[in-house]
Design a protein around this ligand. Sequence first.
Ligand code: PLP
Length: 279
Amino acid sequence: MKNLGYYNGKTGLISEISVPITDRAFYFGDGVYDAVMCRNNIPYLLWEHIDRLYNNCTLLGIKPPMCKNELSLTIKELVRKVEGEEKFVYFHISRGSGIRNHSFTNGEGNLCIMIKPQPLDNVYEKMNTVLKEDIRYELCNIKTLNLLPSVLTAQSATENGCEEAILHRNGTVTECSHSNVSILKNGTLITAPCDRFILPGVTRAHLLTVAHENGINTEERKYTVEELLDADEIIVTSSSKMARGVKTVDGKAVGGKDECTLSILRDTLYINYLNATNI
Ligand code: PLP
């Protein structure tokens, strides 16, 4: 198949699968999602993403329609049906269905999965970014379907010919519209702490692990826009980007002063992805 959509057990091309208007994802964005890259039919770090999805379900009181193992097996089975060496696998669980009413519905959530061919970003290409105010609310640690502020900031990146929007709250850098962001300064990797203002990215966690394994100092602390612009390197991380350097912020050249540490981090993450043999 060219791509695949799945909704509560029904499968077909993405364009053929429809969702009933009673699904709370439709009118409240009441659900959580996750996404992984898949190479040679191995969904990369699937278990970590499933773990985060189920933690998010618990935080919001959503009842998944199947256990983690079953979801893992379902995804592994479905990716085999889609053509291509590299694919993007998106999955979400909404709270369930009912006539529109803010209070929770009873019953199990609805599971939706979408799989499409998609190559990983070129990790060696540094990206252009814009700086935007972080206008999201305070549950950024939960990967919810409510993404309007991220959509708006991502769109402004696109309109400016950029790939990402780096977000800040009153001058403190948080993350990007759909990635985490870290900086290198004097050989130290600095990244915002896991609080309610950032998503605890799976790739961000791996970046920290790789830094530790390579003797690179790390600091999980708040940092400012000033520090961002003055950083030796800026690194954007996500499952579909791995770790990529940044070359401009709002059209001004940034980083480019510690290619060596950047390449250790970026290349190790990339090689780990290429060498993944198990899930
Ligand atoms: N931050 C936000 C807001 C995201 O949407 C994402 C990915 O979708 C990330 C960070 C990166 O998370 P991960 O590395 O788990 O893909």
